[in-house]
Design a protein around this ligand. Structure first.
Ligand SMILES: [Zn+2]
Ligand SMILES: [Zn+2]
Length: 347
């Protein structure tokens, strides 16, 4: 076993602190990654705070990981020592069920193994990327193209695939109109990716505070949802409304923005249940759907797409000892648009 430095939450609602954790021996199908950068995802904060249920503490969060291969198991063929690689929100799945065989490992019938706070298939509890090294089954290790800025690429592993997958599924491309709700970590990437796919992109944000940013990132239109006139003006205009915010929304109001056959897709998830009037769906053969990250093959496709189109998130690089301050700023929406931890500061 390998003992490595990490930043962990000792319990719910306690600040993260430096510690050491152990990583398993490199098995026949494993890859040992020397972590270079780890993004801070809003999910990290919810999870360590216990908002989504009890956690095994101490817990090392982080599921937006990029690094360099330091060692491979004898059966590994797809990665070599020195390669630039990434790990996202999951590190294993059963590999046998229909969903896994279809490349939808995130919907594994036995439950995918999350990158932190989950039981891996060998029974150990997974620990995430706020650390110097991680050992991951090679089937869940992605290749990070050389042309992507390494630090900025980290958030693609969660925020990138979370937005790319529904954009692809709902046929985003030239001639299609996509509205992105919320211009945060997820939303700003959704704008860049949808624009690169050729769609006409509209941002729907609470206020017009980030309008300049939205237009610079690739949106053609920017509206404030706090203005009721927005919903009248945009009625029936979008093929896809991608909702990246976790707040409770007026579902019927957002459904009214859709064309016939349009879809409202949630990637943000409020804790409270939502209600809707089914006539909002029937009256335009509309769909209300959800989407969770993407499969491994699709995540690789997303990284290659982002490399081809020069897409990386806008990031702020921090040292590991600033992680608690970064959490407060994420909760206050005071980040444009993603924090990335420099893992060298953990050594
Ligand atoms: Zn995430
Ligand atoms: Zn499975």
């Amino acid at each position: 076993m390998l003992t490595v430095n990490a930043y962990a939450a000792p319990s719910a609602d306690a600040p993260l602190e430096p510690t050491t954790i152990t990583r398993r021996e490199v098995g026949p199908h494993d890859v040992l990654i020397e972590i270079a950068y780890a993004g801070i995802c809003h999910s990290d904060i919810h999870t360590v705070n216990g908002d989504w249920g009890p956690q095994p503490y101490p817990l090392v969060p982080g599921h937006e990981i990029v690094g360099t291969v330091a060692e491979i198991g004898p059966e590994v063929t797809g990665h070599a020592v020195g390669d630039r690689v990434g790990v996202g929100c999951m590190v294993n799945s059963c590999g046998q069920c229909t969903n896994c065989r279809n490349g939808d490992e995130q919907y594994c019938a036995e439950g995918m193994v999350p990158t932190y706070g989950g039981a891996d298939r060998d029974g150990t509890i997974t620990q995430g990327g706020y650390s110097t090294h991680v050992v991951v089954d090679a089937g869940f290790v992605l290749s990070v193209p050389e042309s992507l800025d390494f630090a900025a690429a980290a958030p693609l592993l969660c925020a990138g695939i979370t937005t790319y997958s529904p954009l692809r599924r709902w046929n985003t491309g030239p001639g299609r109109k996509v509205a992105v709700v919320g211009l945060g970590g997820l939303g700003h990437l959704a704008v860049k990716i949808a624009a690169a796919m050729g769609a006409e992109v509209t941002v729907l944000s609470q206020s017009l505070k980030k309008k300049e940013d939205g237009l610079r990132l690739g949106a053609e239109h920017y509206y404030a949802t706090s203005d009721p006139a927005t919903f009248e003006q945009l009625a029936g205009s979008s093929d896809l409304v991608l909702n990246t915010v976790s707040a409770v929304i007026d579902v019927d109001a957002y459904l009214s923005l859709l064309t016939v056959d349009g879809a409202l897709v949630n990637v943000g998830a409020p804790a409270e249940p939502l209600s809707l009037n089914v006539f909002s769906l029937i009256g335009g053969r509309r769909t209300y759907a959800g989407s969770m990250i993407g499969g491994i093959a699709e995540t690789q496709e997303m990284l290659d797409f982002c490399a081809e189109h020069g897409i990386v998130p806008e990031t702020e690089l921090i040292s590991a000892d600033r992680v608690n301050e970064a959490y407060e700023r994420v909760l206050a929406s005071d980040v444009r648009y993603r924090f990335v931890i420099d893992a060298a500061t953990l050594a």
